[in-house]
Design a protein around this ligand. Structure first.
Ligand SMILES: *Cc1c(COP(=O)(O)O)cnc(C)c1O
Length: 374
């Protein structure tokens, strides 16, 4: 049965709504400057990257070769030792976090998980799913983990392995925990059995371009890194990448007779389209293009702080952050600009958010009733 005229009208009005809402997206870390029309022909196939990206399955309608290139790029981006990394394209940063913590728990079943109060909710949920005891470490006012409190928490459990989460860009203020300092705290207490996971869902794409370079990757001591694909890179479909030390995954690999592949990933059927989207982004931007996008976004974030302050709004941002924090405005402005709000609101300058968007937002803020708080 073909779609009715009414169905077409509904789709058309959805399209208009989406175009309108995308134009006034300011509160979520979502790039909107992607153009993947070249990939449209691949929507004609039942793509499924079933199984391990490196082990062929009897199901051959997939994009694993492109997925492996994406993972190889991320492994190099996160300075993994040559040939020593394994990873796959996930359904987002949350799945990447869950899988990484799963590997960490298999490595240290009696481990204790440490994550700051500013960690993403997927970390808390992962701990619950995996049955891992979670110690919430205090965060400093601007969102970075409180190292003194981390040390005190570690000391209390020094006989147990430490599974550490470093937030590389917290959700509300884009604060970055120092992975090196967190590992140092373990070393100082003689905790030899330790695994550090970098939740770089937000900043992993551009952290390597920042000066000073955040301490978060494999050379800094991480055993696994998660990054979202639909945030800075840009994708019409949520996705992410997880990369881990190869020896960790060998411990969980189980062969599945009928698919021919190895069951190393969290789900069975896996998206075969998003690896193409990420591959397309990496091929079209290249490392230098990604760096330029990051620098442009930083410049726009600095502009946003200046504009907001110029309008009498006490805005601030962490060093080299694309997230600009300011007091929660009137509900109508929050709704229009899709401002995620928890105590304060924030504007996140992802690629595609330009100065004219900032100007329009500031204009709405200035015109709106006096801020009433969250
Ligand atoms: C966005 C984000 C996540 C979750 O990623 P999804 O891709 O939305 O699943 C996890 N951690 C941090 C720090 C994030 O910013």
């Amino acid at each position: 049965m073909p779609l009715t005229a009414d169905d077409h009208r509904r789709l058309q009005s959805l399209r208009e709504h989406l175009a309108e809402a995308t134009e006034v997206l300011a509160g979520y870390p979502i790039a909107r400057d992607f153009d993947i029309q070249a990939l449209a022909p691949f929507l004609d196939f039942p793509l499924n990257n079933l199984g391990d990206p490196g082990v062929p399955s009897t199901y051959r309608i997939g994009t694993q070769a492109f997925e492996r290139e994406v993972v190889d790029f991320m492994a190099a981006h996160f300075r993994a030792p040559g040939g020593g990394a394994w990873g796959y394209v996930t359904h987002g940063g949350s799945e990447a976090n869950l899988h990484a913590l799963y590997l960490a728990r298999e490595r240290f079943p009696d481990g204790v998980l440490y994550a700051s109060e500013a960690s993403h909710y997927s970390i808390v949920k992962s701990a619950r799913i995996l049955g891992l005891p979670l110690v919430r470490v205090r965060a400093q006012p601007h969102g970075e983990i409180d190292y003194g409190h981390l040390e005190a928490c570690l000391r209390r459990n020094r006989h147990r392995p430490a599974l550490l989460v470093a937030n590389i860009g917290t959700t509300m203020t884009e604060a970055r925990d120092d992975a090196g300092a967190m590992l140092w705290a373990c070393r100082a207490l003689g905790i030899e059995r330790r695994h550090l996971h970098s939740d770089a869902a937000l900043c992993g794409a551009y952290a390597p371009f920042l000066t000073p370079r955040p301490s978060f990757d494999f050379e800094d001591g991480a055993g696994s890194v998660a990054v979202s694909g639909h945030k800075f890179f840009g994708s019409p479909i949520p996705c992410g990448v997880m990369v881990a030390r190869k020896d960790l995954v060998d411990a969980v690999a189980a062969e599945v007779g009928y698919t021919g592949s190895v069951d190393t990933t969290l789900t069975g059927s896996r998206n075969g389209f998003t690896p193409l989207v990420l591959w397309h982004a990496l091929r079209t931007w290249g490392v230098e293009g990604l760096r330029a996008r990051a620098m442009h976004a930083l410049d726009t974030a600095a502009y946003a702080v200046d504009r907001l302050r110029g309008a009498g709004i006490p805005a601030w941002r962490n060093e080299n952050a694309l997230t600009v924090v300011f007091p929660a405005p009137d509900g109508r402005v929050r709704a229009k600009w899709q401002l995620a709000t928890q105590d304060a609101s924030h504007l996140i300058v992802m690629p595609g958010l330009e100065r004219h968007h900032v100007d329009a937002l500031v204009e709405d803020l200035v015109r709106s009733p006096v801020p009433v708080g969250a």
